[in-house]
Design a protein around this ligand. Structure first.
Ligand SMILES: *Cc1c(COP(=O)(O)O)cnc(C)c1O
Length: 494
């Protein structure tokens, strides 16, 4: 039987995995979400000796069950290759009191590569399966990392066009240059006067705009999404939770069956939701610790069951988590409500009209899986320094938010289970923050800081940033948030 993916807002809107990947978002505004979970045999005595690619075959085969084995093999082999600078793809590093799961060894040195290196293959394979002749237009809002990782995956892929919107003053210099220097004849990068939530809201509106969809269809084009709203982003992220656990068993750090916690620096709730799905297929997970920065709307949600976005948007040193409307939480809400689409739709309408909703009643077992805490800017910097002083290991600010939150959680809860920190970016992506935290030196440019970081860490400058300073800037368009749709129409000529 094929797994059913249903829109979180309409119980009649159901599709298969490959259809969900092609569509990206449901046209009713909801997100395609699995209703039941596949049966996967998680035998860690066997899994511990498998490569990352082999674990990916097990997990993707189970969740993306209308793809053939040969199709998935093709996608996995091409995605997880020498683009990654570590043969383990997602190596696990043991530090004092925690394990850092390094998810930043792909071509753009942030964890978005884990899924975005495979999404273009899944999408073009799905298009071929369904005999689709339309050109796929990937429309993406980014808080800094998705945009570059998506373009790295989709640049020059035949039959696709990719348009990326990012908040002009909401990303690091390195992140901005990574995007604006992007090559490829099908890439288009646009800065907006506005924040990430503005970008994401307008992108969602374009997806749901029937007139715009019809105009695209006339020109033989259709939208899809590379954001974590696309289930094709989430499923590849389940793989590394299973892989990390298998590596802990292999190293003798735990015995198979022992519960492990995961702390995840969270923005759009995609990464931590993948961990939730890993738990649903039987991964022995203790707590999923949701770590936020000063945009702590999720911490409040887990403590009060009220989601309230009516608060000031803060620009922090962990920009990829500067989000007040966390898209994938909608999927968890749907599960917390017993997969009730009508109720989920009501709450999401309340969120867009009144800026808040209250969740009631909820599945206590699911809620109890989560713990939530946040870190201030000062705590984040202190954590970078603490970890460096202790282990000579340099965390990026997003990872440091998670690491700091875990320290607080461990003390408050007395939970002594082994804990893995999802380490979502290389410090080379946020060099000024990392160097300032460690040396106290202020006023450095990004490129001065890169050099200092290299001497502090002894880790070679990754190709993702090497040469960035002198690379030609190809994308200079800036528009008001309200003009995003006009820019899309202009660029596509519809
Ligand atoms: C995207 C991102 C996050 C947040 O992940 P979500 O899946 O959106 O919760 C955290 N850290 C980094 C470095 C990111 O790029």
């Amino acid at each position: 039987m094929t797994l059913v993916y249903q829109s979180t807002r309409d119980s009649h809107n159901t599709v298969t995995a490959s259809q969900a990947i092609l569509q990206g978002l449901a046209t009713d505004g909801g997100l395609f979400t699995p209703l039941t979970y596949p049966k996967v045999e998680l035998d860690f005595e066997r899994l511990k000796d498998l490569s990352y690619q082999e674990v990916a075959k097990v997990i993707l085969g189970a969740f993306l069950d209308d793809f053939t084995e040969a199709e998935l093999d093709y996608c996995i082999t091409n995605a997880y290759d020498s683009k990654f600078d570590d043969q383990h793809i997602a190596p696990l590093v043991k530090l004092d009191g925690q394990y850092n799961l390094e998810l930043f060894h792909g071509s753009t040195i942030a964890f978005k590569d884990m899924a975005l290196s495979i999404l273009p293959y899944l999408m073009t394979t799905a298009a071929k399966k369904h005999g689709l002749e339309n050109k796929i237009v990937i429309l993406t809002a980014t808080s800094g990392d998705t945009g570059k990782a998506a373009m790295a995956g989709f640049a020059n892929v035949p039959g696709t066009e990719i348009i990326v919107f990012y908040p002009k003053d909401g990303v690091s210099k390195v992140q901005e240059l990574q995007m604006t220097t992007q090559t490829g004849n099908n890439t288009h990068v646009v800065a907006i006067d506005g924040n990430f939530d503005d970008a994401q809201t307008n992108v969602k509106e374009m997806f749901n705009d029937e007139t715009l969809r019809a105009k695209l269809a006339e020109q033989k084009m259709q939208f899809s999404s590379a954001n974590s709203m696309n289930i094709g982003r989430l499923v590849p992220q389940i793989v590394y939770y299973v892989y990390a656990y298998a590596q802990l068993v292999k190293a003798g750090e735990i015995v198979a069956g022992q519960e492990v916690n995961f702390t995840v620096p969270t923005g759009n709730f995609g990464n931590i939701l993948a961990a939730f799905y890993a738990k649903q297929i039987g991964l022995p997970v203790g707590k999923l610790i949701c770590a936020s920065n000063e945009n702590n709307v999720l911490t409040d949600f887990f403590k009060t069951k009220v989601y309230d976005k009516k608060r000031a948007f803060k620009v922090t040193t962990s920009p990829s988590m500067d989000i007040l409307v966390s898209s994938n939480l909608e999927r968890l809400v749907f599960h917390l409500l017993g997969n009730d689409a009508a109720k989920t739709a009501q709450l999401m309408t309340a969120l867009s009209r009144e800026g808040q909703y209250q969740l009631d009643p909820v599945d206590p077992e699911i809620l109890d899986l989560f713990a939530a805490e946040w870190a201030t800017e000062e705590e984040t910097a202190q954590e970078i320094k603490r970890v460096y002083d202790m282990s000579r290991y340099i965390e990026d600010p997003h990872t440091a938010v998670a690491s700091s939150v875990y320290q607080k959680y461990a003390i408050a809860s007395q939970d002594s289970r082994k804990t893995v920190i999802a380490s979502t970016a290389s410090p080379y992506k946020f060099p000024v923050v990392a160097v300032e935290a460690i040396t106290g030196e202020t006023g450095l440019s990004d490129f001065e800081a890169l050099a200092t970081l290299q001497s502090l860490s002894g880790v070679a400058l990754p190709p993702a940033v090497d040469g960035l300073e002198t690379a030609p800037v190809r994308h200079k368009t800036v528009v008001a948030a309200a003009d995003m749709q006009r820019e899309v129409e202009r660029y596509l000529g519809v």
